[in-house]
Ligand binder design. Structure first.
Ligand code: ZN
Length: 363
């Protein structure tokens, strides 16, 4: 198939322990007035460092506002109506995925430049072209896609080293799953250029994590920056962002998800999943099921050992789900849209034997 009116906008980012010092030079072409929107803990961690970076510059801050609770359309409209937003030349989005997703939904459709300042490394929101939208009651609504990512992400690793380690921990599960999901869902296909690039690059969502994630998680728990932490942050925030941009095109089948995510989304029918567990943590469990269903025994051993070493889940009880509940969910998993593009049908008997293998695993 020939490409028609194809446009690709890739993420731009900088990373380092003191990278905010580059804010002024990077942002000055976009104007002078900045509206800062952030999470409460995120602003506590980053606001003074951002202000310090802007000292002796011509920038003016039109306001500093909490982003709200969830990434909802009504929350976006509340921010859009504020004069501090209308008067600003650009937005600084400071926080985790929900805050950055809210600001992307606010700015990108308005063509207002948005710069991102991730303060936890749990996902690729700072670098990608999608916001995950929620309903008012906090349940998942839909992904909202854009043609381009934020203008630039400032990834300041001394802030990420001090962030609560459970976010990085969960981000590890969501990130290594991306490689396997891309590889399985594209298997035996002739791929478009961008999809082939995405699948090839997705290998970088796996290898650095197998090598560096256990040390990175330890360092994050101790609040210490390190080479291993930096490599892990790059995999979670940057590589995953680039891969998901290449893999998510509205005119191709979806290569950006798979059985690990289908297990997660099916399990969200039990409130305990969203109440007590993080997305990437449960995806890390779902990947074990996916690898067993796919017959990848060596890769299963590798991920099982990685999960064991950092206490990501290796059995149902780790995510507070009973065998009876999983029995029930096995009827819903094959229905999930995450596996509508998959090389084979997922059946109940595949899931049953995967769970049995998992629970009798002797590693
Ligand atoms: Zn995910």
């Amino acid at each position: 198939m020939l490409l028609e009116n194809y446009e690709m906008n890739l993420p731009s980012y900088s990373i380092g322990p003191d990278i905010y010092k580059n804010i002024a030079s990077k942002c000055s072409p976009y104007g002078k007035k900045i509206f800062i929107i952030g999470g409460k803990r995120a602003l506590a961690a980053a606001k003074d460092k951002i202000s310090d970076a802007l000292t002796d510059s011509n920038f003016e801050i039109t306001g500093i506002e909490l982003f709200g609770k969830d990434c909802t359309y009504s929350n976006v409209e509340r921010l859009r109506s504020m004069s501090a937003y209308k008067n600003a030349d650009m937005i600084f989005a400071v926080g985790g995925g929900k805050c950055i997703d809210t600001c992307k939904n606010l700015c990108i459709p308005d063509d207002k430049p948005i710069f991102t300042f991730p303060t936890i490394a749990s996902n690729c929101s700072a670098c990608t072209c999608v916001s995950i939208m929620y309903n008012e009651d906090g349940t998942f609504l839909k992904p909202h896609f854009y043609l381009h990512p934020p203008v630039h992400a400032f990834i300041q690793t001394d802030i990420l080293a001090q962030a609560p380690a459970r976010y990085l921990w969960a981000g590890i599960g969501d990130t290594y799953a991306k490689y396997y999901e891309a590889e399985i869902s594209s298997r035996n296909e002739q791929l478009q250029h961008f999809t082939a690039l995405g699948v090839t690059l997705s290998r970088m969502c796996l290898d650095p994590l197998v090598q560096y994630a256990p040390k990175a998680y330890e360092d994050n728990k101790n609040g210490v920056n390190s080479y291993e932490l930096e490599q892990t942050v790059l995999a979670i925030v940057v590589t995953t962002g680039i891969v998901s941009i290449f893999l998510t095109r509205d005119f191709t089948p979806d290569y950006n998800s798979g059985l690990a995510h289908a297990v997660f989304y099916a399990l969200t029918s039990y409130p305990v999943i969203e109440e007590k567990h993080l997305h990437g943590e449960v995806v890390g469990f779902g990947l074990l099921i996916a690898l067993l269903c796919d017959g990848q025994d060596e890769e299963f051993d590798k991920i099982y050992r990685l999960n064991q070493s950092i206490n990501l889940p290796t059995k149902l009880s780790d995510i507070d789900i009973t065998e009876a509940e999983f029995e029930e969910v096995m009827d819903r998993i094959p229905e999930m849209s995450d596996i509508r593009h998959y090389p084979y049908a997922i059946t109940r008997s595949m899931l049953t034997s995967a769970l049995t293998k998992l629970h009798t695993c002797q590693i």
